[in-house]
Write a protein that binds this ligand. Structure first.
Ligand code: NOJ
Length: 535
């Protein structure tokens, strides 16, 4: 463990690309690898040094690549393996590392393993998946386990007379990770990509990989209130299907494969509360490993709450580990829609000044919003299974807005999801030409972070300001101390801090000149504003 220098992955600035929606090079309405290659210079100019690609493997696209039909190839809609090799080489030329999405919990039901497994109970691949007889009492589903996308987690196969388990769509069959043959296959999948030279993985839902071996019914959730906005998956407490501790043994095996190579990184998707996440760090104990921290997304946008949650997380994820912070993703409403445009600059200051690797979802740097998707254009299986509850994820997956030409410069063909109507105002071309844009602020903050030991690795301490709406903290390394002051409200506030004065490094709205002396006693922070001050 040597997590003290500015080297990658500690200095990673990760940009998540949803490949279907980033750039279409062949005008079929779907983004592709050549499209991504053509935009790498844009990412390098922004200061991005790591790209995470959502899945690009061959897939029937029921869950847009999270239903993998072949782990060792590229879906033709995105290009070929040669295109991928070119993309990887181009990323490296631009000093950008590349992370692939690894989806170990389930395969598509079109994967050759499942097609074999389904043939008969005696098939050599039968135990690659989780098959069960009907419940002896009811004659129906084996137990009450649910699918995250609605309904039972079990699907009946009439030919062999058994049910198979799917924690997500019924076209995504869960692999049986208690079968050593599955473990072996998947470790070789990791090696396949690492041998090609990729820099690591983002791991999809590892907490679902291991289920109770007694297949016990899950208890009802006493806090669940049925209603038009309630996700039915929350009816049960997922005591037997989620975060079983043996799953970490598998993650450890992934880590061991990474250690066969040099300078790799792995980030796992973890939807657990803080304490659970800390356990993950303590079990894995590697500085090139981190679980995602979605707390900024999952907690209300309130300074007081953010302070509590971040204080706790930061105190537990000590300096030997690698913290992360995620502002947006392909599964959650976009930041502009969640917190409103007025707060986007404050959010940017927060993301790039916390002690943790920042994850940016494509388009967040220009303030893209959720797009209204008419029912006939819905693609997401989540929305299709449970319509009208606001669970669908298409709104945050619409085409990247590059310019004000047709289809926002994403394609010349009608894209697979509609472009947001605001693309004439909100697009890369317009915002990169404007020194006062959100994009310019992202660029400045990224550069500042990369050049500051305090922001990269420095100690984090939060401070009382006497005002609930203001979150203030310092980042401190050696003689460098940076004070961050964030006003989460639409009102100005006068605050008192235990510091006398400092020099302004950055004002979120560029009103006060850099280098100005700031008196920190009785300081008035304007509405929706943030300051970085050298003290
Ligand atoms: C989590 C991914 O982020 C999500 O998009 C996907 O639908 C599920 N895992 C299933 O793979």
């Amino acid at each position: 463990m040597q997590n003290t220098s500015k080297t990658w992955p500690l200095n990673a600035i990760v940009y998540q690309i949803y490949p279907r929606s980033f750039q279409d090079s062949n005008n079929d309405g779907v983004g592709d690898l050549q499209g991504i290659i053509s935009r790498l210079q844009y990412l390098a100019d922004l200061g991005i040094n790591t790209v995470w690609l959502s899945p690009i493997y061959p897939s029937p696209m029921v869950d847009f690549g999270y239903d993998v039909a072949d782990y060792c190839d590229i879906d033709p809609v995105y290009g070929t393996l040669d295109d991928f090799k070119e993309l990887l080489a181009e990323c490296h030329k631009h000093d950008i590392k590349l992370l692939m999405d690894l989806i170990p919990n389930h395969t598509s039901t079109q994967h050759k393993w499942f097609l074999e497994s389904k043939k008969s109970k005696k098939n050599a691949f039968r135990d690659y998946y989780i098959w069960k007889n009907a419940h002896p009492g009811s004659g129906g589903v084996p137990n009450n386990w649910l699918s995250c996308f609605g309904g039972s987690g079990w699907e009946f196969d009439a030919e062999t007379g058994q049910y198979y388990l799917h924690s997500f769509a019924k076209e995504q069959a869960d692999l049986n990770w208690r079968n050593p043959a599955v473990v072996k296959e998947m470790l070789n999948v990791l090696r396949f990509w690492l041998d090609l030279g990729i820099d690591g993985f983002r791991v999809d839902v590892p907490e679902w990989m291991i289920k109770d071996d007694k297949f016990r019914d899950e208890p009802e959730n006493p806090d669940y209130k049925p209603g038009p906005q309630s996700d039915p998956y929350q009816q049960l407490i997922h005591k037997y299907t989620h975060a079983q501790k043996e799953y970490l043994e598998i993650v450890k095996q992934f880590i061991e494969v990474l250690e066969e190579y040099e300078h790799k990184f792995m980030v796992t998707e973890v939807w657990s509360p803080s304490e659970q996440m800390i356990k993950v760090y303590n079990e894995i104990e590697r500085d090139f490993f981190a679980p995602f921290n979605f707390f900024i997304i999952t907690h209300p946008w309130e300074a007081r709450i953010h302070r509590q949650v971040i204080d706790h997380y930061d105190s537990r994820v000590t300096h030997v580990y690698t913290p992360t912070y995620v502002l947006g993703s392909h599964d959650k409403s976009r930041t502009a829609t969640r917190i409103g445009h007025a707060q986007l600059r404050v959010a940017a200051l927060l993301l790039f000044t916390l002690r943790g690797i920042p994850f940016i979802y494509y388009g967040e740097e220009i303030g893209m919003e959720d797009t209204l998707i008419p029912p006939e254009k819905v693609h997401d299986p989540f929305e299709k299974n449970i319509p009208g509850m606001g669970l669908g994820r298409d709104p945050e997956r619409t085409p990247m807005q590059w310019d004000n030409k047709i289809f926002a410069g994403f394609s010349e063909h009608e894209p697979w999801l509609p472009v947001n109507d605001n693309y004439r105002q909100v697009n890369v071309e317009k915002l990169t030409g404007d020194d006062e844009s959100l994009h310019a602020l992202y660029k400045e903050l990224i550069a500042m972070r990369q050049n500051s030991e305090a922001l990269l690795t420095g100690k984090y301490s939060s401070w009382d300001t006497g005002v609930d709406d203001i979150f203030a903290y310092t980042r401190h390394a050696g003689s460098e101390v940076i004070l961050v002051i964030l006003n989460y409200s639409n009102k100005p506030h006068k605050i008192t801090l235990p510091f006398r004065k400092g020099k302004l490094l950055l004002d979120s709205h560029g009103i006060i000149e850099k280098g100005t002396d700031m008196l920190l006693y009785n300081l008035v922070v304007p509405a929706n504003n943030g300051y970085l001050v050298n003290i």
